[in-house]
Design a protein around this ligand. Structure first.
Ligand code: AMP
Length: 587
């Protein structure tokens, strides 16, 4: 069936009047000072994310309103009101004093989506600590790398994750002084050199004065991947709360009474900014599902929990599409009124599928770990051009640039022309640094522009269209994966001499991690060796990061300076033109 290029919106499409309906006028009127006035703040100009997210509501008329509905893997359903969340986070924050940790120290969380994760994140913020949630599907190496880079003094995890991913490397983590363990099925734990989470909480008090952090104090540390070197720790400050609030309003259209479900894991930035903070700022109820993707279960949650605003990702949507329309049609979703997606390109078919399955288009939006919040979006009142990620939000100035030889940039103005997506400095959730890597951070900026590393086009109506990444970073199932981290793990296998890793287009995952290796003298490529190397990588890196495919090559294409040419590996794999290979080392 032919689908039009634009989905026109009319007022009859809105079940609730959107917050934003005049694109130009509301952008022109917008000011961050006005957003700041919507928040409460703390005496002396202090600002704390957890105060705005939890205590502001816990002391007001929404105190008995559910903040979280936790759906456990075994079918349990636990509700926490704002008042209960305030008490639990107070207990956590006050108990931290018994550990001798201080404002500004870093606490990591490594767990599935269980209540303790949310309590630890918000409680640490109340205590003025910097918090970094890690993805529980990481293997021991990515976990240890990030704990070391972030100099984590405290880790909150579960007994089984600790045993599988941390215990073996604990001797290499001297800065990690305290490990709080959530026992299986609520049982107390007593592993050596750890503390039981429940016992720890009982040392705390129900009342706690949130630390009056300054707007520029560090709050969140999110690791992201680059093409080379170690993962980058993007540092975010308490002032990011302005962005979380603004985008909750204008991009996600949150209204009082909404039941909201963000399917992202807090181990990735979306699951923190929008899976924890933004919905709480708006005093609404968030559904948290501990389970992994399952089409039938997801439709059941949407229906039975009465989800009204749903924030999900293209891979999940593609998996739902694959599971068949009948599953969607077997249920009804009368409450659902707005669907948004982020993380990878949302193909036009997925936008249309939303209309077929839910009578609602899916609204793509764009941002990245470094930006700390949604920057470009399709908001409910505006026409959608399927395939486009939308237009810049209020308070966000976007542009397209070309990098010049002398290190400066020029703006790309002509509609339809490709350039690197750039954002004008000044939005409150912009990262304040890459941990310990000042030069790497500086290289992201040119004058007043932050350069995103993404290539895009802008049409004559100001809509942005994603073209691709300007680097070799891989996006698989919405997760950013640094080829270097994967290559390093492969090189630890005794048979591997060289490794090059690329993202190969994949129908569901967006990209699949594919490795190419050459072998050391004395090893022969065989099916058994392939499985052994893939198994080794999986054990080290975890299922979310490890390569799914591996080919043996006699040698890998390299530049004369010895860098593996991943671009060339990719072009050869996909049968594309090899481009400029003047730097190729001739063997
Ligand atoms: P992360 O920092 O892990 O959130 O990944 C950010 C990157 O994901 C961006 O730089 C883009 O390459 C990609 N991305 C995020 N949202 C979109 C989108 N709506 N369309 C296309 N790519 C996206």
């Amino acid at each position: 069936m032919d689908r039009p290029a634009v989905i026109r919106k009319t007022a009859s499409d809105w079940r609730v009047a959107p917050h934003w309906h005049d694109y130009e006028a509301q952008r022109a009127d917008f000011s961050w000072d006005d957003v700041r006035r919507e928040l409460e703040g703390l005496p002396g100009g202090a600002l704390n994310i957890a105060h705005e997210a939890v205590d502001r509501h816990a002391r007001g008329p929404r105190r008995h309103h559910p903040a979280f509905v936790f759906l456990g893997e075994q079918g349990q359903r636990d509700v926490l009101t704002y008042a209960e969340l305030a008490t639990l986070t107070n207990r956590f924050a006050s108990a931290l004093a018994s550990l001798g940790v201080h404002r500004g120290d870093t606490l990591f969380v490594l767990s599935g989506r269980i209540p303790e994760l949310y309590i630890a994140v918000l409680g640490s913020l109340k205590a003025g600590m910097v918090v970094s949630p890690l993805f529980s599907a990481f293997g021991p190496e990515p976990v240890a790398t990030r704990l070391t880079l972030g100099a984590g003094r405290v880790l909150v995890t579960t007994e089984s994750l600790y045993q599988r991913k941390v215990e073996g490397l604990r001797g290499h983590l001297p800065q990690l002084e305290h490990v709080l363990l959530v026992g299986e099925k609520g049982r107390e734990t007593s592993l050596p050199d750890t503390l039981d989470f429940g016992r720890f909480m009982s040392c705390g008090t129900d009342v706690f004065d949130t630390v009056p952090t300054f707007p520029e104090d560090a709050a969140l540390l999110h690791f992201t991947s680059g093409t080379t070197g170690k993962p980058k720790g993007a540092q975010h400050v308490h002032k990011a709360v302005l962005m979380h609030w603004m985008t909750g309003k204008y991009a996600l259209d949150l209204h009082p009474g909404d039941i909201y479900w963000c399917t992202a894991d807090p181990g990735w930035v979306t699951g923190t900014s929008y899976g924890i903070i933004a919905p709480l700022l708006h005093g609404i109820t968030s559904v948290i599902d501990e389970g992994e993707f399952d089409a039938e279960r997801w439709y059941r949650i949407l229906q039975e929990e009465g989800v009204s605003v749903w924030y999900t990702a293209p891979t999940a949507i593609r998996m739902l599409m694959k599971a068949g329309m009948e599953l969607a049609k077997a249920r009804s979703f009368p409450q659902l009124r707005f669907i948004a997606s982020v993380g990878e390109p949302l193909n036009p078919e997925a936008v249309w599928w939303g209309i077929d399955a839910f009578s609602l288009a899916i609204h793509d939006n764009w941002w990245q770990t470094e930006t700390g919040g949604i920057m470009i979006a399709n908001a409910p009142a505006f026409d959608i051009k399927p395939g486009s990620m939308g237009r810049p939000l209020p308070g966000v100035e976007a542009g397209l640039v070309r990098r010049l030889q002398d290190g400066s940039i020029s703006l790309v103005e002509a509609p339809g022309e490709e350039g690197e997506l750039a954002l004008k400095k000044g939005w409150p959730s912009m990262m304040r640094g890459y941990l310990g890597e000042a030069a790497r951070y500086r290289s992201c900026f040119s004058g007043e522009w932050y350069l995103t590393g993404d290539l895009a086009r802008r049409d004559a109506d100001g809509y942005y269209w994603f073209v691709g990444r300007s680097d070799d970073v891989i996006k698989s199932a919405g997760h950013l994966i640094g080829p270097f981290e994967v290559e390093s793990a492969l090189l630890e296998h005794p048979a591997v001499a060289e490794a090059g890793v690329i993202g190969k287009p994949h129908e569901t995952l967006g990209e699949l991690v594919k490795a190419f290796v050459s072998l050391r003298h004395g090893f022969e490529g065989s099916e058994a060796l392939r499985r052994d190397i893939l198994g080794h990588a999986r054990k080290r890196l975890g299922a979310a990061v490890a390569p799914k495919e591996l080919d043996f090559l006699p040698s890998l294409p390299k530049t004369r300076s010895g860098k593996i040419m991943r671009r060339l590996l990719k072009a050869r794999e996909l049968g594309l033109p090899e481009g400029d290979i003047s730097a190729l080392e001739q063997s």
